[in-house]
Every structure is written in structure tokens, then in C-alpha cells.
Design a protein. Structure first.
Length: 165
């Protein structure tokens, strides 16, 4: 199933935008960074560089969640979201007051995305299609695949349908 460890690993390898404070050559990683040139690197590397004072990590404004929620509400299919979306939502849930608007928007965005995933699974069963929906984030792909496996297993066990039917 889905573990907390998997979630943390996904968070550590997601891309984060940084601005190096000086030219850096990280030969073992095959990476060259240039002073004042924004670049995306894995979060684990961004954290190390920021801790060492070698780079500034771009701070993401929480308001982006409210903006994405508004757009997600008017779309039938999942929209493309930044790869750091779930890390940002986790940060909002950990740091914002329980009755805050931004917290409510973050939870609403997650609920809207899950609803779209469930609708896609429901529709794909009726159409006997196994196509994965577009624009899912890695965290959502894990959820989609897990739910799809449960539904397919249930259909096989209780209805005698094979995966290829």
C-alpha cells in the first residue's frame, strides 16, 4: 500500500527552484550551477545548498493553492499542477491555523483531485478503458494505481472478469 516513507522519498526527489550564490561544480552528481542563474534541483540537494549558504531556495506563496483550486473547480479533468503541490499542501496543513481559509482551500483542492481520480476510475470501468488520466502528480498516480488495482481485483474475484475483458 502507500506508506509515509514513500511520501517522504517523493518529497525529497521533487524539483525545487534555487538561485546559487556562486558558481558550483558538483562533479559527482554531474551538475554545474552558475551564480544568480535559477535552476531546478531535487529538494534534498536544495536543502543542503541552502543549509551551507550556497543557494537560496525559492519560496512558494501559499496563495497559489487558492488560485489552483479555483481553476480546478471549473475543469472536468485534472489540471496540470506544479510538482511541489503536495509538499506545499503538507506545509500549509502543518503551519496554518485550523480555521484558516488557505487550509480549507488546500483540503478542497485535494478533495477535488481525488474526486476526479475516482470519477475517472468509475468511467473507465464502464468503458473498459485502462487509460490513466492526464496531469496526475506522482502522489496521485500512486493513489490511482492502488485504487485501480483494488477495483480490478474486486471485479475479478466477485464477477469472474479477467483483466483483459
Amino acid at each position: 500500500m502507500i506508506s509515509m516513507r514513500m511520501a517522504r522519498v517523493l518529497e525529497e526527489i521533487q524539483q525545487v527552484r534555487i538561485t546559487p550564490k556562486r558558481d558550483l561544480s558538483l562533479e559527482r552528481l554531474g551538475i554545474r550551477l552558475f551564480k544568480d542563474v535559477e535552476v531546478d534541483v531535487p529538494k534534498w540537494l536544495a536543502d543542503i545548498l541552502a543549509e551551507e549558504g550556497l543557494a537560496e531556495v525559492e519560496e512558494v506563496d501559499w496563495k497559489i493553492i487558492s488560485e489552483k483550486l479555483y481553476k480546478e473547480k471549473v475543469s472536468l479533468m485534472p489540471l496540470e499542477l506544479p510538482p511541489y503541490t503536495y509538499s506545499l499542501i503538507r506545509e500549509i496543513l502543518e503551519q496554518s491555523p485550523e480555521d484558516s481559509l488557505i487550509r480549507r482551500d488546500a483540503i478542497s483542492l485535494v478533495n477535488k483531485r481525488i474526486s476526479k481520480i475516482l470519477n475517472h476510475i468509475r468511467t473507465s470501468i464502464a468503458l473498459t478503458s485502462k487509460r490513466t488520466p492526464k496531469n496526475l502528480l506522482p502522489e496521485e498516480l500512486i493513489l490511482y494505481n492502488a485504487l485501480r488495482a483494488v477495483v480490478d481485483g474486486w471485479m475479478s474475484a466477485f464477477l469472474g472478469l479477467r483483466d483483459d475483458e
